[in-house]
Design a protein around this ligand. Structure first.
Ligand code: HEC
Ligand code: HEC
Length: 233
């Protein structure tokens, strides 16, 4: 009896092993290759003229630390967030991209993202997600006069207008939660203002919850909270 049982056990585990192998082989066929940070870095730093990919570093700075306020820092952002944005800059079939610029027109990034393959996107996003925000060059808050208002919106929200506290999602220190909520701390306030404005107008239509929230903020409040968020560490 004992022998029979153990035979059954062995046979069954062989069957399971067979199933597991088939499963693994199938997964390998469909899965995208593991992102390659070295390829991502190469494309980010130098572009690929033959394919019409411009060097991202020429606008977003070395390792994603941008010295130009209208071009966002990409360092310190999560892999999933960066990949999602690059996909959202691309048109989907005959539909316009979800992420457009002021007035519903293409942004600079529409043509930058167009030649990128899904693999390029994964590689660049993976590379950038490993680059820390450079605290020496990161943006800071500069407007003393609006600091209190910015802090109030960040920490408590505006109850009278049903604006939730930004900190609830983007975290108290603005570092965000990788894979869910992007970092805002150290980001250029000019860029943050623009994004809140286009969430509000619907030209950036890739996050309904942010459009809802920005829709309840005045221009003054947008400026105050953007400046405050930039200065968080
Ligand atoms: C000519 C300047 C320029 C170049 C080159 C450029 N970008 Fe951008 N990028 C911008 C600007 C400006 C924005 C803000 C876009 C907006 O407001 O819609 C931006 C936004 C982004 C964002 C969104 C960031 C966020 O926080 O949501 C990502 C991701 C990005 N760029 C990645 C890239 C990659 C990858 C490349 C290279 C393939 C690249 N960019 C090349 C100017 C540039
Ligand atoms: C319920 C969660 C939640 C709250 C609360 C919230 N956000 Fe966001 N926010 C998000 C998510 C999710 C995204 C990413 C959207 C995407 O995928 O494009 C985002 C993106 C942003 C961006 C764009 C960042 C970039 O790099 O382009 C800005 C700016 C922003 N939020 C500002 C704010 C401010 C200011 C507040 C408070 C008034 C706030 N958020 C409150 C969830 C939230």
């Amino acid at each position: 009896m004992k022998r029979v049982l153990s035979t059954i056990v062995v046979t069954t585990s062989l069957v399971f092993a067979g199933v597991a192998l088939t499963g693994a082989a199938l997964a390998a066929d469909v899965a995208v290759a593991k992102p390659d940070a070295a390829k991502g870095e190469q494309l980010y730093a130098n572009g690929d003229m033959a394919r019409g990919v411009l060097a991202c570093a020429s606008c977003h700075g070395a390792a994603g630390n941008s010295a130009i306020p209208v071009n966002p820092n990409l360092s310190g952002l999560a892999h999933e967030y960066i990949a999602k944005q690059l996909l959202d800059f691309q048109p989907k079939g005959d539909k316009a991209p979800l992420r457009r610029g002021q007035g519903g027109v293409d942004t600079i990034m529409t043509s930058m993202a167009a030649p990128l393959t899904p693999e390029d996107i994964q590689n660049i996003a993976y590379y950038l997600s490993q680059q820390p925000l450079d605290l020496k060059t990161a943006a800071t808050a500069t407007n003393e006069a609006t600091m209190d208002r910015g802090q109030l919106i960040w920490r408590a929200g505006l109850t009278d207008r049903a604006v939730p506290a930004c900190a609830a999602c983007h975290s108290a220190n603005g570092a965000g939660i990788p894979g869910e909520f992007p970092r805002l701390a150290g980001q250029h306030p000019e860029y943050l203002v623009e994004q809140l404005q286009i969430f509000r107008s619907g030209d950036r239509a890739n996050a309904e919850m942010m459009s809802d929230i920005a829709g309840r903020l005045s221009d003054k409040d947008i400026a105050a909270v953007a400046d405050y968020a930039a200065g968080l560490r």
